[in-house]
Design a protein around this ligand. Structure first.
Ligand code: FES
Length: 142
């Protein structure tokens, strides 16, 4: 399997690994295709994602895409973060081998789950804003 240099870099030196104490939102999702798990923590100040960290029991492609995805949403508004697609993350990494595309979905879904959790903690129904998250067990929509 051939990985781009960017994928190798983010796999070897993943950015934003860890957890955030007193996070404002935590999202955990499982990949239905392989059983891997991803957890993302966000800190939110005035609708801006001021910090984000992730932990995963996932493959190298999941680590690289999460690393890139967290870099792409850090400092962005919640609405911008919700627009991040796994396709945009893959493009930023110069592509993934086709059999690894499903791995990139984990990061996108975990970010959405963390934002959902953030709204839930504020007493706001997240579904009209975030939508249904297919890989999220906490979502009431499936
Ligand atoms: Fe499970 Fe990549 S094989 S996330």
């Amino acid at each position: 399997m051939v990985y781009s240099e960017k994928v190798m870099d983010h796999f070897a030196n993943p950015r934003n690994v860890g957890e955030i104490e007193n996070a404002d939102g935590i999202g955990e999702v499982g990949n239905s295709k392989c059983g891997d798990i991803m957890k993302i923590y966000i800190k939110v100040d005035n609708d801006i994602i001021s910090d984000v960290k992730f932990k995963t029991f996932g493959c190298g492609a999941a680590i690289a895409t999460s690393s890139m995805a967290t870099e792409m949403i850090k400092g962005k508004s919640i609405s911008e973060a919700l627009k991040l697609t796994n396709k945009a993350v893959m493009e930023a990494l110069d592509g993934l081998p086709p059999v690894k595309v499903h791995c990139s979905v984990l990061a996108e879904q975990a970010i959405k789950a963390a934002v959902s959790d953030y709204y839930k903690r504020k007493g706001i129904d997240p579904e009209p804003i975030v939508g249904c998250i297919p890989e999220c067990d906490d979502c009431a929509c499936h």
